[in-house]
Design a binder for this molecule. Sequence first.
Ligand code: ATP
Ligand code: MG
Length: 562
Amino acid sequence: MHDSDTENDEGLRDFVREVVRADLDAGRTQSVVTRFPPEPNGYLHIGHAKSICLNFGVAEEFGGRCNLRFDDTNPTKEEQEYIDSIQEDVRWLGFDWGEHLYFASDNFEKLYEWAVHLISNGKAYVDDLSAEEIRNYRGTLTEPGKDSPFRDRPTDESLDLFARMRAGEFEEGARVLRAKIDMASGNINMRDPVIYRILHASHPRTGDSWHIYPTYDFAHGQSDAIEGVTHSICTLEFEDHRPLYDWLVENLPVPSRPRQYEFARLNLSHTVLSKRRLIQFVEEKHVSGWDDPRMPTLSGLRRRGIPPEALRDFAKRIGVTKNDSVVEMSLLEHCVREHLNKTADRRMAVLNPLKVVIENYPEGSSEELDAINNPEDDDAGSRKVPFSRELYIEREDFMEDPPKKFFRLAPGREVRLRYAYFLTCTDVVKDDAGEIVELRCNYDPATKGGTAPDGRKVKATLHWVSAAHSIPAEVRLYDYLFTRADPGADGDILDDLNPDSLTLLDGCRVEPSLADSKTSGTIQFERQGYFCIDRDSTADELVFNRTVALRDTWAKIQAKSG
Ligand code: ATP
Ligand code: MG
């Protein structure tokens, strides 16, 4: 399906794929069915991308299918906005669930019927203990739990109470339905887990028709079974829930018998992958929204200019294991640079402009020079860039009194202007405060295209834009959202927010082709990094987000100071 990914596809081997292959080979599974089961209580983040790539990837590789299922069993936190954004994000990442879009809420009637089935068979009971009492009765890791005084209430009484719970007769928290398993089990999840609770909340899909909602554990496995999921792949924190998953499948007349497998979740340095935290940052306005380019959400990464191919490549490189670990953010950046180096068109942009006047270039005239779009891709072709007597170069590309290793422009020194001519600085113009405001230069008309007929060399090539033809832009530079690799590890996570995570550069000048609507996707500003146009752009000013710098300056600075 993804042509650009095929180079890595051969090598994909991990324990999940081994299980699936073995099940297919042994005929235990005819056709693999997986699912990606988000709860619509927030936007997806890059951790979810790992799960999406695994579930959809396995289905694709083994000729099966992957369902998108919303685990929408907690109406107090779920919203249509999240349902919509999740679908958009999964599609953007490059996956398609076809007809197979499901909602746990579509199964509410069936789940209710199965809960009644459990009660009727003496395997569930209505409990009147409060949430706190249930907790106290549950015991600890070292002590067994105690039976609830309601555990042996007659079946008919439980059936009656459960029906009345459904009808909305009781307050929230007044009663719950519990599976009757084993209060002495070594696994706390098996100590009569709650499978239904009363919630007088309006649901995004079922409205006000329910007053009771199934818990995750009750809804999840049964939804898997209804959908015919063969391999229910989830993260390690559900390992201890597997006995309950299996118990429910055993004790209910479900149409299929899915099995659960657990893998280690993605942890990424310098950020947090938890919807609860991400919601907090949005609500407390530490970021501009879910799609703030500093957020690890898929919508944030997209707005940042990170291509989905790079995320899929990242998912492949980190692999799938059962060992918890933290992946360095620099690996993600590496994947992004690798992909963009091959695919991104090059453009010239001056972020901190210094005016250059070429005194021997005829006043009032200009010309169009050929510039290569992508040296890594011959098919990308070339474009015209206007050149004239007045240009902007990067302020940091000039030094009046350069130290030894500075090879760029300086008084009396010759450099190359990319795709244009050799240029020599003849004079420096300053304002009253002594600040350099302009350079006077000469160019050599014989060096058009950037080579001298007499073979003389220069040590630097600078990017530039024509002053009159260039267009103004604001550029947003992003750094890590947190100053430490493990935010929150040593106290309040908010104390670790990076105060310099966003730097706004105003008054930048970019080459005119960037106003062209054909310029889309992420591009490379030569010598600077990768950037994409932000939706905050207006007719008067383009706004660019820096996706990633060309090299990892952060890691270098840290290496030096540490
Ligand atoms: P969060 O912890 O961010 O709130 P969640 O697990 O509650 O996430 P769900 O909507 O339940 O979010 O997740 C959908 C699927 O994505 C689940 O199967 C879950 O295991 C998986 N998933 C969530 N976070 C990660 C992660 N960091 N790495 C890999 N898979 C993840
Ligand atoms: Mg969850």
